[in-house]
Design a protein around this ligand. Structure first.
Ligand code: ATP
Length: 229
């Protein structure tokens, strides 16, 4: 569903991503783990069209989307949820969901998806007319997640209390089981590996390890470096 080939990304003279290749199969949860500054966010931003790569290719559903404007990539169903929570604080929950659908023309589909979001997150339904800026952190994260075909999640657990982290991960799992493919960037490698099918470890712009998430969880090297022993 999503394929990244030999991606090279620079910020001026800084070489942030050094030849990354990865694949996300339809229906999978794939996670990118690695320490601060490894290039995880940069990789996501490049896939979603917010940053232009120096070279390399991004294929979505077999189509080369390298260099496609970000708004067109979103409209095709590849949606990035930024690090932290990004909702329109001065709009209600309902207005935020309408914003997410603003590029779509299929009114019935939009209504069906909104119903789905509310089924998944009943708390959002209870608060549908509340200004999003007044939602709790966890509720804002739920709202930001929506229901695209491929969800690029940048550290959804950041800044959340442990109980909410568990809830957000269980929601990611549910969204995935209902058909959304997920590429997940996380510092919380333990949690990420526990729900992912496949994982890539990034170190200073390069993939140093990859494999089924269960294998990486069991690997001593990964446990030592990223899972606290
Ligand atoms: P974190 O988990 O800390 O967010 P990350 O793995 O997501 O880290 P990136 O944010 O992708 O890492 O950063 C990769 C490298 O690129 C870092 O060395 C960072 O300092 C650099 N970098 C990121 N954004 C910019 C920018 N806008 N201008 C210059 N350098 C940048």
């Amino acid at each position: 569903m999503l394929e990244v080939k030999d991606l090279e990304v620079y910020y001026g003279a800084i070489h942030a991503v050094k030849g990354i290749s990865l694949r996300v199969e339809d229906g999978q949860i794939v996670t990118l783990i690695g320490s601060n500054g490894a290039g995880k966010s940069t990789t996501l931003h490049t896939i979603s069209g917010l940053i232009k790569p120096r070279s390399g290719n991004i294929l979505f559903d077999g189509t080369d989307i390298t260099g496609t404007p970000a708004h067109k990539i979103v409209a095709s169903g590849l949606v990035q949820v930024p690090e932290g929570r990004h909702v329109f604080a001065n709009m209600s929950v309902m207005e935020n969901l309408d914003m997410g659908a603003y590029l779509r023309k299929d009114k019935d589909g939009i209504e069906k998806d909104k119903k789905k979001v509310f089924e998944l997150f009943p708390r959002l339904f209870e608060r549908k007319n509340q200004l999003s800026g007044t939602l709790s952190g966890g509720e804002q994260q739920m709202l930001a997640m929506g229901r695209p075909r491929v969800l690029l999640l940048d550290e959804p657990s950041m800044g959340l209390a442990p109980l909410l982290v568990k809830e957000i991960f269980s929601i990611i799992k549910t969204i995935n089981e209902e058909g959304t493919t997920v590429l997940l960037v996380e510092q919380n490698a333990n949690m990420a590996l526990s729900i992912a099918d496949y994982a890539y470890v990034l170190e200073t712009g390069r993939i140093t390890l990859s494999g089924p998430a269960a294998d990486l969880s069991a690997s001593e090297a990964v446990r030592k470096a990223y899972l606290g022993g």
